[in-house]
Design a protein around this ligand. Sequence first.
Ligand code: ATP
Ligand code: MG
Length: 368
Amino acid sequence: MSKPVILTGLRANNDLTLGNYFGGLLPIIDMATNKSDEYQINLFVPDLHSFTTPIDHGELQKQIWNNLRLFVAAGLPLDNEDVHLYRQSYVPAHSELTWVLDCFTGFGEMRRMTQFKEKFASLSKEVTVKGAHIGDDGQVQPTTDLTQYLWERTTLGLFNYPVLMASDILLYNATFVPVGDDQSQHLEFTRDIAQRMNSKFGELFTIPKAVIEQHEFFGKDQGLRIKDLADPTKKMSKSDESGKGVIFLSEDPEFAAGKIMRATTDDMANIKYDPQVQPGISNLIEILALTTGKTKDEVANEWQGKSSYGDFKQAVADAVRAFLTDFQAKLAQVSDEAIQAKLSTSETHANEVANETLLRAQKAVGLR
Ligand code: ATP
Ligand code: MG
């Protein structure tokens, strides 16, 4: 029996953030470092997903390599045979299986996907301003104007990327896929389409575990959400347009420290972990804990009873500066040759596994 597969990908649409590092990258690297005797770990760069929303294509290749280097600097062990590192577009089966699955996926099913609806809703708001209206059911009525507007602004790629994501998972028979809230619906879709295909055509795909089991498996880091420094009610996001509240892994440590000093807090003069009442201060406690390897309780206890936000921010800024300086020193040591060698081995392996799954699907639908 082969080992259960744990799989994750981080979109290469921008430099990664402190949030991506602690919430997305470290958990999988933890698994790669400590669990590879029991599990196979697949970490991939979803390069095909990188332009479901507009990007500067002149930067994409650089961004893909930047991400690969960040993975290694964060501790991804390249010398472990059970750890696979690959680029999605180097395994054509991802695109090929997506087409097959597309033909068994409902238009309505995709339209209900939260990520798409959110994008749709933000566009709809703009359209409402321009004179379109929201119906009784809360949905924007598809007037000609709206339809035309959406056609211009959203792409089929954004619409059906959950199907590509299903292929990413199903091709490798992956069981465990860490998902944040924003992706859990897509994991449920992956299970649905896999079950649908299996009941129609016989056992084609391994069904990944349900969201709740994923959360149990990945444990503590699942809920982690570092917040935006400028607006601590929303999460820190690498695609944030202003970047004012976002700490990027490759940015100047001094500049990043400045963002911490300017972070939005409150006027309660109380350093306490209470995300509901004091989101800004709580976020800084979280960041200080993560960058110094302490628990939130330890940090909160150390600062309990102190009231100077200036001193506290200074401590967080120092910790972030030190963290980034250290991380960037590791980044500078990363060998592109070592990455290239790993990619070559992993991409050969990934093609073998993915093509086996693809062939089962092709035979099932009568293509072979
Ligand atoms: P985008 O704005 O392009 O969606 P993102 O910052 O939300 O970027 P994703 O590519 O969607 O990043 O997610 C990559 C990984 O980082 C996922 O595992 C996700 O759960 C994790 N992640 C994203 N943002 C945070 C955050 N603020 N705190 C902790 N983990 C996060
Ligand atoms: Mg995201």
